[in-house]
Design a protein around this ligand. Structure first.
Ligand code: GLA
Length: 764
């Protein structure tokens, strides 16, 4: 709901539990007043909040003291700060004019409120019907340069989310160059906030970090053409005393898959400013008269219920308003992936024998990963040559998919569409189709170059290649990979004054092809991937309902990556597989049950040669799949609670997922190293109904002997041992004990179920 008061010059944006206030100073300058817990009353009643602009303190606004205008500009809490006019913090907008001079000064020009939420041309964005959200558009104008800026606020009615994006329109007669267009800023007093970032590396993605900015700056950024392994396009602010379930937390998340800058600065006056958007480095967008530029959306949320509150809002938001599942959305295949099972070394017989074992265990989908095309037997060549390798698959894909159908399975295929190998027919035919700067050879990475997606002919060509393959067989799933950073960002297609557009145009081209796939193959399940999890962002989520989180599937590493990833993303999108032991990346020996349990909070699949497992382990797999299917709905749709963090404890990780109706849920617990002479672990559950009674029961795998409960439906819950029955209030408040399992790297899975009311009374 959006309310505007002409009298006070205040816009009041309300979501169910939050309020966002924007105020006008002197009828011209747009300031940020407040974002936080919901305030009662109308915009007209918010007049006292205008005091928060501190316009009564020197340096006074220009209307009162023109001699201190520059000083005023540096202290005013701008709603959309610009560069060059006296504000020495990071701005959102900088514009270069025909004289080569830069800067922008924006004043208020008008506003409108409309029901619903418009889409953003060529960009991913959250969606909402007219009854689900309203949009506030505030127009600002730069009188000197003749352009306008529309600030778009999507205010959601069902969740505590406000989205922001920006459209710059050149209304003048001369071309302008946008050299910085960030999507959102948040200015407020620093009240002890720490900043969340997610540094990482290949196989070590999104490791949560909290930093105190002091009087200084915390930066999260990427210059690699994608968000990268090393950062997440997110700015999080956490109040001093906040924890998982209490305290103030702000989250700003950019719906974008390219270079980004998230910068949180605390200045000498104690003002905190956070900005987020496309990185200005190597960004220079020429805006001809009449043209407009749209900056990607930022999802803003505020939680007074700690980090967990923020996570659950974002999870619901992405599930309801960003992710577009394929037409057959109910299909959640459990897959077997050929990569770590065979790498490049496969043929039809090997794939089919892998599929036979997987299908017998209950898998639905065989993903033929890298190596099925061109003459690809290693990563040294063939990217771009998207035709079937006749040496490996002489009968072709249609034949393979038909054989899989006979086994009750579908076929999935790996592509890396943005890339070309120097040793490929595509590169030999079109050497000018790669990104490169004219005066030097481009740098290779994993023996490959990046295609120039700013050239529409290249984008069209890749669409046609993918269509050709996808039309040729029954292909249910595509894994879209991207295995190198963008360097040498130059285009032989664009003129000299548009070379600063290459990074962004690459992302737009990527979005175009993925949108094309969605339209042409509405039932295709797309999973994005980038050398593991280097492009795990809300932008990709708009096109693919799941994203590969990391090449590292080791449970201990994964627990750390999951903490960062699941802070923002629902479990349903987090690509996770069971790997071999010792794993190829960290070499840790981990029991199969632990590897399986730790892959369950995610999409779930297997990425190892199941045929090579000892019979005793292979026998566990059908039950693992059965348990995973039982978890599916709660895991995908439920509320996530972090009970313990390996990052904090060093030896124990624990998460809980509860259905929205609080009738059932699961608890995942991982012990890293066993320590002798330690007492049991005391945990408190979350998300239960205090008035109901629950049972908590550990899942036992075949071979873990115990007494059978006659009549128990699910075989894996047949044993009686370790069933705890207690009131929700007891489990929530007094908590429960988890016995320490024997051994290192042991994961346990517990099923939590509400007891029907009759039984419930008896039990209590
Ligand atoms: C990347 C992906 C892997 C696999 C390989 C294939 O590294 O992250 O899952 O697909 O490429 O080359």
């Amino acid at each position: 709901m959006i309310d505007w008061s002409e009298e006070t010059g205040i816009w009041k944006l309300d979501t169910p539990g939050t309020t966002y206030l924007i105020g006008l100073c002197e009828g011209r300058w747009l300031g940020h007043l407040y974002y936080g817990e919901r305030l009662q009353g109308t915009a007209a009643q918010m007049a006292p909040a205008l005091g928060l602009l501190r316009t009564g303190e020197p340096p006074l606004p220009p209307g009162e003291d023109i001699g201190e205008e520059a000083g005023f500009r540096n202290v005013f809490p701008w709603e959309f700060p610009t560069c060059g006019g006296g504000d020495f913090h990071e701005g959102c907008l900088d514009v270069r004019d025909e004289f080569g001079q830069s800067g922008a000064v924006l004043t208020f020009a008008g506003a409108s409120i409309t029901p619903g939420k418009p889409s953003l041309e060529g960009l991913p964005a959250s969606f909402a019907g007219e009854s689900e959200a309203d949009t506030l558009t505030i127009t600002l104008r730069d009188e000197a340069l003749g352009f306008s800026v529309e600030l778009l606020y999507g205010v959601f009615r069902d969740l505590d989310v406000i989205t922001r994006s920006v459209r710059v329109v050149n209304r003048g007669e001369r071309a302008l160059h946008l050299t910085q267009v960030l999507s959102a800023a948040l200015s407020m007093d620093q009240e002890g906030y720490r900043v969340i970032t997610m540094p990482g590396s290949w196989a070590r993605e999104r490791r949560l970090q909290l930093s105190d900015p002091g009087c200084g700056t915390v930066i999260s950024e990427s210059l690699r053409g994608e968000p990268s392994h090393a950062a997440q396009p997110f700015v999080g602010l956490v109040s001093e005393k906040a924890d998982q379930e209490s305290g103030r937390v702000y989250g700003l998340h950019l719906v974008y898959s390219g270079n980004f800058l998230g910068r949180t600065q605390v200045d000498e006056n104690g003002m905190l400013r956070a900005v987020l958007g496309i990185h200005p480095w190597h960004f220079d967008w020429k805006l001809a008269p009449g043209e407009s530029f749209v900056a990607p959306e930022v999802v803003c949320t505020f939680s007074a219920q700690g980090l967990g509150g923020m996570s659950r809002t974002l999870h619901d938001f992405y599930r309801r308003h960003l992710i577009r599942r394929p037409q057959n959305g109910a299909w959640h295949p459990i897959l077997i992936n050929s990569w770590e099972a065979a790498y490049f070394d496969f043929d039809e017989e090997k794939l089919l024998s892998l599929a036979r074992t997987a299908s017998a265990a209950g898998c639905d989908l065989l993903v033929v990963d890298d190596g099925w095309f061109g003459e690809r037997d290693s990563d040294a060549g063939s990217l771009g040559d998207w035709w079937v390798n006749p040496g490996k698959l002489p009968h072709g894909l249609a034949w393979l998919s038909a054989r899989l159908r006979e086994l009750g399975m579908r076929l999935g295929l790996w592509f890396e569409p943005e890339m070309v190998s120097p040793d490929s027919d595509l590169f030999r035919a079109h050497p000018d189709w790669v990104q490169r700067c004219r005066s030097r050879e481009p740098a290779q990475c994993r023996n490959q170059y990046v295609l120039d997606f700013s050239n529409p002919a290249v984008v069209e060509y890749i669409c046609a290649c993918m269509d050709h393959i996808l039309d040729s067989a029954d292909i249910a799933y595509v894994k879209w990979d991207m295995n190198r950073s963008l360097t040498d960002a130059g285009s032989s297609y664009l003129p000299a004054d548009r070379q600063g557009e290459v990074f962004h145009r690459h992302v737009l081209g990527l979005y175009r092809i993925q949108e094309h796939l969605r339209e042409r193959y509405p039932s295709l399940l797309l999973e994005n991937c980038s050398s593991g999890g280097a492009r795990f962002d809300p932008g990709m989520l708009y096109y693919s309902p799941q994203i590969w989180a990391s090449d590292n599937m080791d449970p201990v590493s994964r627990a750390l990556t999951l903490e960062g990833t699941a802070l923002l993303y629902p479990l349903s999108v987090i690509g996770s597989h069971v790997c071999k032991s010792p794993g190829d990346i960290v070499g840790r020996r981990v029991p199969l049950s632990t590897r399986a349990i730790c892959a369950m909070p995610g999409t779930f699949g297997y990425e190892l040669d199941l045929r090579a497992l000892p019979e005793r382990e292979r026998a566990q797999i059908p039950e693992q799949i059965c348990v995973r299917r039982l978890l599916q709905e709660v895991s995908d749709e439920g509320d996530l609670y972090r009970i313990a963090s390996l990052r904090e404890s060093g030896d124990f990780d624990c998460i809980e997922v509860m259905a929205k109706d609080r009738s059932e849920g699961y608890l995942f617990a991982l012990q890293v190293l066993e320590e002798p002479s330690m007492r049991s672990r005391h945990i408190r559950l979350a998300g239960l109904d205090p008035h109901r009674t629950y049972t908590v029961q550990r899942v036992l795998w075949p071979g873990e002997d115990d007494e059978e409960i006659p009549g128990q439906r699910e075989p894996y819950l047949r044993q009686k041992r370790e069933v705890l029955t207690a009131g929700g209030d007891v489990l929530l408040r007094a908590g429960m004990l988890l016995q320490r399992p024997k051994g290192d790297f042991v994961a346990e899975l517990f099923v939590i179920r509400a007891v029907e009311s009759g039984e419930s009374r008896q039990a209590r």
